[in-house]
Design a protein around this ligand. Structure first.
Ligand SMILES: *Cc1c(COP(=O)(O)O)cnc(C)c1O
Length: 463
């Protein structure tokens, strides 16, 4: 339909267009771009620029302008999607922002494993084939008190695998108060169905008693499942059966107890001024036959999921074909090994493990940082009213959902439109700055800001 053609579209023979330089001529002038981005990418970018120019023949660019546009286009294309950003959301373990930041020791170990061959499945002692999990086994046994351990892609995988290996074709008893949904389509009933386990719900949303579990036990029962209610709390008139009591019920019935701790910490968080979370060691000591937990939540390592517990059950898990599909590569195993090693020295843990270091930062130190940054940030964001305010950080990733930590923020106030535009420009920076839009202001919780100079340098580039 001719009506749809843009009115300004010139015919290919438009004499004005002949003034545009040819691709070949531009390529001859584009040596620095070719050196940086390669000939193919540079040619494509120049062609795209020429096509754009042909659509607006009234203001034809010269060669210099075409090269500049191509440079911008190439730089944008070359910018990694997973480039580092400033997480000023106040959520330390932000799932959408990649959760835990790794310790330097873990980064070094992962880098070394990437660059060189490692004894992934090779026993350097005997010269025979080894197991890839062996590198973590000793550490995990030591840190959790469990007989044995295995590791997979994430905790969702750990739960799926453990359920399938222990309970396939049988029933699993779970409290109605623990049928959780974690973000990203991890819903306990769905995972159980995929694992081939029949869900038997007991109790009510707010109260489940020992007798509820006991009366659900049948010859078809394959396991009892306890799930940490990571991202919510049931408060008020409530009752749950604790791990030790549940372990006794499971033992009497001769079925295993699987305790999905979710975040699962290896350290006593109270020691670092945080609210207490049950440790993996405690869950094991209470008598759980298997305990599952994440590598990149409170533990502070790369994405991974652990199953620790009874030797015979871990052996069954390792024989399960799903284990092969869910296993870890050498890079993450190296990072995990280095991360777990840090737990051998609790005195220096908060200093070495970024997750703990950030969570343990006192509000006064963050408030002082905010006051220090205020004048320069205010100068760099003209037209906005910047102030320091108190706020509360979150641990994130479903750890201690109702425990927020006092913190401090820079509050950037302006009109709604101006704030939206500012937030968009901040997302477009070389190192994007991600805050929270709330109550007519952009809030920057500074808990996770360690590189102040880097932030200011980025803001200077806002232009
Ligand atoms: C977070 C969580 C999971 C899922 O762990 P991922 O490591 O994110 O796969 C499973 N169960 C509980 C209780 C959790 O908190």
């Amino acid at each position: 339909m001719p009506d749809d053609l843009p009115a300004a579209s010139p015919s290919p023979g438009d004499p004005a267009l002949r003034r545009l330089p040819s691709v070949d001529r531009l390529l001859g002038l584009a040596a620095p771009l070719i050196a940086r981005h390669g000939r193919a990418e540079t040619t494509d970018a120049l062609r795209a620029g020429l096509a754009e120019a042909r659509r607006a023949p009234d203001a034809l660019p010269d060669a210099e302008a075409l090269l500049a546009t191509a440079a911008l286009r190439l730089d944008a294309r070359a910018r990694p999607g997973l480039r580092p950003l400033f997480n000023l959301t106040g959520t330390v373990l932000h799932t959408n922002l990649g959760r835990a930041l790794l310790a330097e020791a873990a980064i070094e170990a992962a880098t070394a494993a990437m660059r060189d061959a490692v004894a992934l499945e090779y026993d350097l002692g005997t010269g025979h084939r080894g197991e890839r999990d062996d590198h973590l086994r000793v550490l995990l046994r030591e840190l959790t008190g469990a007989e044995d351990a295995t590791v997979v892609n994430n905790n969702a995988a750990a739960v799926l695998l453990a359920l399938n290996a222990v309970g396939e074709g049988r029933e699993a008893i779970v409290s109605r108060g623990e049928l959780i949904e974690i973000g990203g389509a991890f819903r306990m009933p769905d995972i159980m169905a995929r694992a081939g386990v029949r869900l038997v719900e007991v109790g009510t949303t707010n109260r489940t008693h020992a007798r509820d579990y006991e009366s659900a036990l049948r010859p078809e029962t394959g396991l009892i499942l306890k799930v940490h209610t990571s991202n919510y709390r049931i408060e008020g008139f409530t009752a749950e059966v604790d791990g030790a009591r549940l372990a006794a019920i499971a033992r009497r019935a001769g079925v295993p107890l699987l305790n999905d701790l979710g975040s699962g910490t290896l350290a006593d968080l109270a020691r670092y001024g945080l609210a207490r979370e049950p440790t993996v060691r405690e869950a094991v000591a209470e008598g759980a036959d298997l305990v599952t937990f994440s590598g990149d939540k409170l533990l502070g390592g790369p994405q991974a999921g652990f199953v620790v517990g009874r030797r015979d059950l871990i052996a069954a898990i390792n024989r399960n074909p799903l284990k092969r599909a869910l296993r870890l590569d050498k890079i993450r195993l190296a990072a995990l090994e280095a991360t777990l090693r840090l737990y051998r020295d609790p005195d220096r843990l908060a200093e070495r493990l970024p997750t703990l270091r950030l969570l343990a930062r006192p509000a006064e130190a963050i408030a002082a940082q905010a006051a220090r940054l205020l004048p320069e940030v205010a100068r760099l964001l003209p037209g906005f009213a910047v102030t320091v305010c108190e706020c509360r950080s979150q641990i994130g990733s479903g750890a201690l959902p109702v425990e927020t930590i006092p913190s401090a923020a820079l509050r950037i106030a302006g009109s709604g439109r101006a704030l939206e535009r500012l937030a968009a420009s901040l997302r477009g920076l070389e190192r994007p700055v991600i805050g929270r839009l709330r109550d007519g202001a952009l809030l920057w919780d500074l808990r996770c800001l360690e590189d102040e100079a880097g932030l200011l340098a980025g803001l200077r580039g806002l232009g």
